[in-house]
Design a protein around this ligand. Structure first.
Ligand SMILES: Nc1ncnc2c1ncn2[C@@H]1O[C@H](COP(=O)(O)OP(=O)(O)OP(=O)(O)O)[C@@H](O)[C@H]1O
Ligand SMILES: [Mg+2]
Length: 308
């Protein structure tokens, strides 16, 4: 379990983390979402003892991470910022070196190295120099080193940032596999789709403050706004769109071309059905009617906008 209590970090006048409280229950994968500069890395650096907090507390498995970082972090694996490895070493050599620093036994390092390199699908490259690795492979190695000492909490700062689409998919797949093994995972991201794909819960922050924290399911239910793309046969007139704009639950109408327009609608399936029959009732022949964009994305943008 990860417990953050009223955590604060000031950099001069900037409140990078502002009275943040959050509990990640055991075995849960929690996304830590926020735009650039929201305070994600700062929070993660405090949790992993890379910087100190101005105020507040953090507990990892009930151990005070600020007062007793060594003990608190003994069951934590972390990847913070883009990790650098010695280019002339191989993954096996790198893990041996890191394992020794962590006080692991030779035999343990050897068996764990094989396991963790398998976990991140680098077993074929175990004796290749890291200098030859792609960014995605280096990131997978970073996850492997985080797993080496058999932690049960994983803290990952933007694990897919800077990777190409294939690299992103591979890293997300690895995280999903770890999630199935019941690790408690706290991962920051500025990509909502990624959090939706991988996480059970999500915390949204901006300006160091928590905006919302809930299960992905509840967050999806909370989303009220949807965008619907409507295609009609023939041309739609401006007068027609003006009437649509005045319909119940409609927030905005945007013309795409002569026969396609997008309606921003407050509501879900019932409201969508009502909108469809209203448009048909006005004599339009609807060729297609479908939701575009993720409602959650819109809510995220709304929340971030409101907090600014
Ligand atoms: N060492 C520092 N000195 C001064 N200000 C800092 C320092 N580190 C971070 N900040 C500021 O604190 C705020 C939060 O930064 P942080 O790096 O935690 O954001 P982030 O959510 O990780 O953003 P990103 O998505 O860009 O990684 C920003 O305004 C940043 O400029
Ligand atoms: Mg960051």
């Amino acid at each position: 379990m990860i417990e953050i209590q009223n955590l604060t970090k000031d950099f001069g006048a900037i409140k990078a983390v502002d009275d943040l409280s959050l509990i990640v229950p055991e075995g849960i994968t929690c996304g830590f979402l926020g735009p650039n500069g929201a305070g994600k890395t700062t929070t993660i650096k405090i949790l992993t003892n890379l910087i100190s907090a101005t105020g507040g507390k953090a507990f990892l498995h009930g151990v005070d991470a600020i007062a007793h970082p060594k003990e608190a972090l003994s069951h934590v694996g972390a990847v913070v910022e883009t990790p650098e490895f010695y280019p002339y070493l191989t993954p096996v050599e790198t893990l041996a070196y890191l394992g020794r620093i962590r006080g692991m036994h030779h035999d343990e390092i050897k068996s764990r190295s094989n396991e963790v390199l398998g976990e991140v699908k680098l077993e074929q490259w175990r004796t290749t120099r890291i200098g030859k690795f792609s960014k995605g492979m280096k990131q997978r190695l970073a996850i492997a080193q985080a797993l080496l000492h058999e932690p049960d909490i994983l803290i990952l700062d933007e694990p897919t940032t800077g990777l190409d689409p294939r690299g992103m998919v591979e890293v997300r797949e690895i995280i999903r596999n770890l999630k199935r093994q019941n690790y408690t995972i706290f991962m920051s991201s500025h990509l909502l789709v990624e959090v939706q794909e991988v996480c059970d819960k999500a915390a949204l922050i901006d300006h160091g403050k928590l905006l919302v924290y809930d299960s992905m399911d509840n967050l999806k239910k909370l989303t009220k706004l949807g965008k619907i793309e409507v295609t009609v046969l023939g041309q739609v007139q401006d007068a027609f769109l003006n009437i649509v704009r005045e319909l119940k639950n409609v927030r905005a109408v945007e013309r795409i071309n002569g026969s396609i327009f997008i309606v921003t609608l407050e509501g879900q399936s019932n409201e969508m059905a009502e909108l469809l029959s209203a448009i048909q009732g006005m004599g339009a022949k609807v060729a297609s009617f479908s939701q575009v964009g993720l409602p959650l994305e819109l809510m995220y943008m709304d929340l971030v906008k409101e907090s600014r």
